[in-house]
Design a protein around this ligand. Sequence first.
Ligand code: ACO
Length: 360
Amino acid sequence: MKMDGLEGFVAAETVLSDVDGERGRLIIRGMTLDQIAGRKSYEEVLALLLQGLVDVPQETAALREALGRARRALAAHLPAIDEALAALAPADALRALIARLPDGEDVQTALRLLAAPAVFTPALMRLREGKRPIEPDESLGHAADMLRMMNATPPNAAQAAALDAYLVTVCDHGLNASTFAARVVASTGSGLTSAVVAGLGALKGPLHGGAPGPVLDMLDAVGRPQDAASWVEQALAGGQRLMGFGHRIYRVRDPRADALRTALDRLAQVGAVDEKRLRLAEAVEAAALAALRRRKPQRRLETNVEFYTALLLEALGIPRSAFTCIFAAGRVGGWIAHAREQRLSGRLIRPQSTYLGPLP
Ligand code: ACO
């Protein structure tokens, strides 16, 4: 175990998810990612994730309605989003908006938090463009309503299914940094809102959920497929990390990258993906993997979830500055489940440090 970064350290027991970094396998409550992504709705997976931890309806239609009502109730907060808040980076504004919500551990608090990124993110994006927020439509599924509030038009079935598959793909992932942060907060007896605010604070960093926006910046900087190899070489020679590659746990390709590539291919089948962009991304991915293998043969660096997140969310018309907030809209399910699990079965998390400073 490396103390720096707690690499290899086991800090919780969980029934929620398992990340097998050698085999590239993600299990969520007994099911592999490919059994649920693109096959079950986000609401269905939420019910599964929260089973026995939060008293949400277990029947999908009932949970969909409860979540719709929670989105609807949050519309009351939209007029309070002022210019100063909307001018912040979206992840910072979302964190501030969620921090204003009441704290607690009951089912209503959980539903409000599950709905919050889905309602606040589109509102923030529209206000940044000088447009009025669009109110939630509780009759729609969670993913479809998010896209409708974001783009002002109801999505087609393929678009709604693509975002739904994304939310499922990122809903939980072992003891990642933001989930650990949420569990630490919950372990003190603090409420779910506090745990979610902590999770969001950890998520937005570029080494975690802040990476997909910069993936698109990288594609823009490369410009043409034929320039991918030289651009990548130059970036690595300059000490840059390539966004969307590498992972603390995976030593093989991140299974979430494949799940999102499948979702992207389905979107492409209905002509909703810019083929030129996809060809550029493929060239950059191939160049990056080749260069990373050559430079770090002993440390298998592969494509991670963020690379295809960037392409999928871009194809759905979501601005790159909102990507981390959309990630939060999926991961909030995992944060809440882990926070409850920690509260119900865990102790106060309180590690120690080794003092290296001067003695008195
Ligand atoms: N590009 C270039 N070099 C890299 C990359 C990368 N993407 N990832 C790791 N390396 C290098 C490191 O610089 C290090 O080099 P060194 O030994 O010369 O110092 C070596 O590979 C080993 O790095 P690790 O110790 O394996 O990296 P760590 O486990 O600390 O980091 C991380 C994992 C943060 C994801 C890293 O791979 C990275 O920065 N990737 C880019 C950002 C990114 O895509 N983040 C999203 C991750 S997925 C998620 O959180 C949802």
